[in-house]
Design a protein around this ligand. Structure first.
Ligand SMILES: *Cc1c(COP(=O)(O)O)cnc(C)c1O
Length: 402
């Protein structure tokens, strides 16, 4: 059966507007479409393909497990899930792990756990959840309500209650909002979808102190920032602040759907048997691939490589910008980078993305004003420089069309 981009418009729900080409194959940081055109991938499946496409270690983990056992549900446990949970707890603050299939599901579990914990430990008055404007936590109704972009949560009727928002990096406003009725604070330790916004180190420390003071759980959503993305295994490790609950997904599976919520034994005990669950959570195929992804990324050489590649991106982007004057700032950390457009190009991020696709470069946007890169953590230097040459051509075409 022959399918094309037109088929999308005939059979798919129209909630997405994908690029005009259809990718069919990928190796490392290169992808090919139906017509045989080759692309350099700076999008990484939205910060998911942390080891590029079809990394040999992941292909072998998937095919080995694929011949052993695919699915059990949580009526039985399984070896890959137990090994992955052991590694996640060994290498983070956490002592307990809950597996889900996506970032939103991991966050949903974190929010339900926080509410349950506060209810059982402190009583019904402690319900308030504080999150930050421009934050993104997924698309279930609870997580999208906690996310700080009303455009995503409006238009679906009554929302889950007791959720309030505060400006990111505004410690005074946060201090005015948090109180003893606050059960949890959910934040990204580097805002991704909202525009690649780094936290001020003092802000994060202040949030931690105020959470402790008011017995509110601090939930770090590391769905995008985690698994080596910032050059640390998790972003919190570079901030000197430890959360009570951490969620991780995207890069965790290297392209296979998986999410996880990590926390302490003390907090975890409030999710007793039957209180929460998922049919596929802890699926052996997903956990086997994630375990191998974790093994490859949790290596000082790979993490140091992320910092070197960040520098390469920053150096070349600075040279490009000196010539074309399109960015006000290059921001972010590690291989989660945002090129913020200056006033002359406000609102035109999508034009830069489309021009990049024309130049055979895959990239992302983060809002209307930021072009985002989230490539493979092991992308070769040659692919970075070739990809950025293509990006420069794309920039030149947008500037010329102005
Ligand atoms: C992508 C993302 C999510 C949602 O993850 P899904 O797997 O799409 O449900 C949640 N939080 C953050 C910070 C994300 O970047």
């Amino acid at each position: 059966m022959h399918v094309t981009r037109e088929t999308f418009d005939q059979v798919m729900v129209p909630n997405y507007n994908p690029a005009q080409m259809v990718p069919v194959r990928g190796v490392g940081s290169r992808v090919w479409d139906q017509a045989g055109n080759e692309y350099i991938d700076f999008a990484g499946g939205i910060a998911v393909n942390a080891l590029g496409h079809c990394h040999p270690e992941l292909v072998s983990a998937l095919t080995e497990q694929g011949q052993k056992l695919w699915h059990l549900s949580n009526v039985f446990t399984n070896e890959p899930a137990l090994r992955l949970a052991s590694k996640l707890t060994e290498h983070t603050f956490a002592e307990r792990v809950y597996f889900a299939n996506s970032g939103a599901e991991a966050n949903e579990a974190a929010l339900k756990l926080a509410r349950r914990y506060a209810l059982e430990k402190f009583g019904e008055h402690k319900q308030k959840i504080i999150a930050f404007t421009q934050g993104f936590h997924g698309r279930t109704f609870f997580t999208v309500t906690v996310g700080g972009q009303p455009a995503y949560s409006d238009g679906f009727g009554p929302k889950p209650g007791a959720v309030e928002h505060c400006n990111y990096n505004d410690l005074a406003a946060f201090e005015a909002l948090i109180d003893d009725d606050t059960c949890a604070v959910m934040m990204e330790p580097l805002q991704g979808e909202g525009g690649i916004i780094s936290p001020d180190p003092d802000f994060v420390k202040g949030v931690r102190e105020l959470c402790t003071k008011h017995n509110a759980l601090l939930i770090f959503d590391e769905v995008q920032s985690g698994m080596g993305r910032t050059g640390h295994l998790y972003a919190y490790m570079g901030l000197d602040v430890v959360p009570d609950i951490l969620t991780t997904a995207k890069s965790l599976g290297g392209g296979f759907p998986i999410g996880a919520m990590l926390t302490t034994t003390e907090i975890a005990q409030h999710l007793k048997p039957g209180t929460h669950g998922s049919t596929y959570g802890g699926n052996p195929l997903a956990c086997a691939v994630a375990e191998r992804t974790f093994d490859v990324i949790n290596d000082p050489v790979v993490l140091e490589g992320v910092k070197q590649k960040e520098q390469q991106f920053r150096d070349i982007l600075a040279t490009i910008n000196a010539k074309h004057h399109v960015f006000s700032e290059i921001r972010g950390k590690g291989l989660l980078l945002g090129c913020a457009l200056n006033d002359d190009f406000t609102g035109q991020a999508r034009q830069f993305l489309d021009a990049s696709t024309t130049e055979h470069l895959m990239c992302l946007v983060a809002g209307a004003n930021v072009v985002r890169f989230a490539p493979s953590l092991v992308i070769p230097e040659a692919d970075i420089s070739e990809g950025l040459s293509r990006f420069e051509r794309a920039i030149a075409s947008v500037v010329a069309a102005k």
